[in-house]
Design a protein around this ligand. Structure first.
Ligand code: PGA
Length: 255
């Protein structure tokens, strides 16, 4: 497998953390640490701080992403934010279908598809999250489930659209638990995702799609996970709030 066909992307999902002032401090600490990265670097602060984050990172190699996006352009959708609003702020990426949104905010494969479509149609890169629960892994349905999530999320996407899609494999049991998938487990599912992409769009397109691993990725385990042929980057929660740890993960992806 030739990893040079696709970009390594390290994205930090800050979740519901950091005030405006704290966001500014964290970005200030991160920018010099990330400046030598030989991979794409993305930070995803909470919605209210996206505009300021985009301003502060302007001209740097750090891009800004949202943690969610709505599928309509405007209207009566209290609490939601559209693709155009994000673009207007200078946002370049949108996380879609994170397991916390699926679990706590009734996100389904169908709404993930709609949100991802809205992101890509607007020119944003969608980071589409898929992954199994512990129960599903123990039942032995991981691959089937992840295949299904991936296929439904990509309904209506063309091969050209896939240039604006990243898939993040995030086993739910590994998120925020300190329990990381082994590098072999991550590779197995990321390879299965690439196989679905090849079935849908052909091998050449599939080989160009970045597939991230997420779930307790940290400074200590990143290098091993990222050494796997189908693990092209990471979606990082907890460790992305610690500049030195996030920088170590960026370095591990920059080899
Ligand atoms: P974690 O979160 O790194 O804290 O496990 C990953 C994620 O939810 O994207």
């Amino acid at each position: 497998m030739d990893k040079s066909k696709r970009k390594a992307v390290i994205a930090g999902n800050w979740k519901m953390n950091k005030t405006a002032a704290e966001t500014s401090v964290l970005i200030e600490e991160l920018l010099p640490l990330a400046s030598g990265a030989n991979c794409d670097v993305v930070i995803c602060p909470p919605m209210v701080n996206l505009g300021a984050a985009a301003q502060q990172t302007l001209g740097s190699n750090v891009a800004v992403g949202s943690q969610n996006i709505h599928f309509e352009q405007s209207g009566a959708y209290t609490g939601e934010v559209s693709a155009d609003m994000l673009l207007d702020l200078g946002v370049k990426y949108a996380i879609v279908g994170h397991s916390e949104r699926r679990q706590y905010f009734a996100e389904t494969d169908e709404t993930v598809n709609l949100r991802a479509k809205a992101a890509v149609a607007a020119g944003l890169t969608a980071i589409i999250c898929v992954g199994e629960s512990l129960e599903q892994r123990e039942q032995g349905v991981t691959e089937e489930l992840v295949r299904l999530q991936t296929k439904v999320a990509l309904g209506g996407f063309t091969a050209a659209d896939m240039q604006k899609v990243i898939i993040a494999y995030e086993p739910v049991w590994a998120i925020g638990t300190g329990r990381t998938a082994t590098a072999d487990q991550a590779e197995e599912v990321c390879a299965a995702i690439r196989k679905v992409l090849a079935e849908l769009y052909g091998q050449q397109v599939a080989d160009g799609v970045t597939i991230q691993y997420g779930g307790s990725m940290n400074a200590a385990n990143a290098a091993e996970l990222l050494s796997k042929p189908n693990v092209d980057g990471g979606l990082i929660g907890g460790a992305s709030l610690k500049p030195a740890d996030f920088a170590a993960i960026i370095n591990a992806a920059s080899v």
